[in-house]
Design a protein around this ligand. Structure first.
Ligand code: PLP
Length: 467
């Protein structure tokens, strides 16, 4: 029985307090109050340390977001200096702060094409929501308010606010919440795995685009505002489309006056070896790019929507003069301390050529993990530069997130954790997205511990008479 009052509370450990009082994002409610959370207390480089003094190699990069590693003085000093100078002022209307202005200009330099107008938000979900609202505002300003429907994809993850969750298309994410399904549509997942697909990539691509066009015709292009896509679906399980998919989808969008929104919350800021991957890795200049996470290397919460000048100017020119206000934004949009962190982060990334480093070690990371493809518990290994995913499967079990495969992934994750490696278990997947500053030595350690964890899990299954 727990005591109460200040003395009892003081005696509780952080682990106990957390278990009793915190409702975590994506918590498993069947274990509410009983879980023993990993409470992380310290972090340096690519490693984190928990409250019991155990240190782990963080192959999750926080949550895809810690890119330049933990403890970078440049970022911390910039945040401190900004907090001392001016910790906060409103970003609303025609008021701004120096870091937000500087960061807007810097992002415009780094972004492809004419994506030079930046709308700051507070995180990825609010950036996704704002991007869709920009698409809506844009068409309404042009006298076409009926262009409101949004195309997303099965297996997408776009965030956890009401609309962002509705845009997300992973079956397992859809629980007993409500979802907008009147004007949000999910095209099929474009995932193409050349290791397992029986259809050649070019044929798969042609079929995907045919069906996209058919869906647009069914809804009516005059009713559709935008298409939103992650370059590579991250939380869906590092799902890579067939080559040419984004270019073909952009072409369909252009022909139907549908805005193309690229969700680079994970794929941007170096994870694929470029500040922005849409053009550099996939050959498309979207109308809108959404970024967050690696923008500040996770040191501060911040999101940004990069909008084509063409779109922004059309919005301004066509806005109803009786209602000219772009009424979207948050108290903490473009928070000055967060923008200062992002500016320092960009400086570090340029000075250390972090993108070049990712282009160097990324293929090695994928190669080392793909060595695990023949392991009896591995159904698939997918990856691109520093994002990768292992799909677990109990021998004899069907592919996918069955209860036994999910339990197996949890088991692999536990063995990794015991050996000092954090991977992210999700359904039957182990997702890996280490900080971008990992060395080849760190990568070898990730590959070795993961291989050992798979062996240990296989040993456990044998002990239970499976496999
Ligand atoms: N978009 C993508 C592709 C993401 O992976 C995420 C988060 O994982 C989001 C949007 C939402 O970002 P946030 O969690 O910062 O709201």
């Amino acid at each position: 029985v727990h005591g109460s009052g200040p003395a009892a509370a003081a005696a509780e450990t952080a682990v106990e307090k957390d278990a009793r009082h915190v409702l975590h994002p994506w918590a498993d409610l069947s274990a509410l109050g009983e879980q023993k959370p990993l409470v992380v207390r310290g972090a340096e480089g690519v490693r984190v340390t928990d409250t019991e003094g155990r240190t782990y190699l963080d192959a999750i990069g926080g949550m895809w977001c810690v890119t330049v590693g933990y403890g970078r003085r440049e970022l911390i000093d910039a945040m401190r200096a900004q907090a001392l100078k001016m910790p906060y002022y409103t970003p609303f209307g025609d008021v701004s702060s120096e870091p937000a202005a500087e960061l807007g200009a810097r992002l415009a330099e780094l972004s492809p094409g004419d994506l030079n107008r930046v709308h700051f938000t507070t995180c990825g979900s609010t950036a996704v929501e704002s991007a869709v609202r920009i698409a809506h505002f844009h068409f309404a300003a042009r006298g076409r308010p009926e262009k409101k429907h949004v195309l997303s994809r099965v297996d997408a993850y776009h965030g956890s606010t009401y609309l962002a969750a509705s845009l997300s298309g992973k079956a397992a994410d859809r629980t007993t919440f409500h979802y907008e399904d009147g004007w949000v549509h999910h095209l099929e997942s474009p995932a193409h795995d050349p290791d397992t697909s029986s259809v050649p990539a070019a044929d798969h691509l042609a079929a995907l685009i045919d069906r996209m066009e058919a869906e647009i015709a069914a809804i009516g292009p005059e009713n559709i505002a935008c298409f939103i896509a992650e370059p590579i679906m991250a939380s869906g399980g590092v799902l890579i489309p067939p080559p040419g998919y984004h270019e073909a989808a952009l072409d369909v969008c252009r022909r139907n006056d549908i805005l193309y929104i690229s969700d680079e919350v994970v794929c941007g800021f170096g994870r694929l070896g470029h500040f922005f991957s849409s053009e550099a890795a996939f050959g498309v200049v979207p109308d809108i790019i959404v970024t967050a996470k690696g923008l500040t290397s996770g040191y501060q919460p911040l999101g940004a929507v990069l909008v084509s000048e063409r779109i922004a100017e059309a919005m301004a020119a066509a806005a109803d003069r009786s209602k000219p206000v772009f009424s979207n934004g948050f108290t903490y949009s473009g928070h000055p301390v967060a923008c200062a962190a992002a500016l320092a982060n960009i400086e570090v990334m340029v000075a250390d050529d972090v993108c070049g480093h990712v282009r160097d070690v990324g293929p090695y990371f994928v190669r080392r993990l793909r060595e695990l493809r023949d392991h009896p518990l591995v159904a698939a290994v997918r990856g691109d530069h520093l994002m990768a995913c292992l799909e677990c499967r109990v021998p004899g079990e069907e592919d996918g997130p069955t209860a036994r495969n999910q339990a197996l992934a949890q088991r692999v994750d536990r063995h990794c954790e015991e050996a000092g490696l954090l991977v992210r278990p999700f359904e039957n997947l182990c997702i890996l997205s280490p900080p971008l500053v990992v060395t080849k030595g760190d990568i070898d350690r990730i590959a070795t511990i993961t291989a050992d964890a798979l062996d240990a899990a296989e040993h456990d299954l044998r002990a239970q008479g499976v496999g």
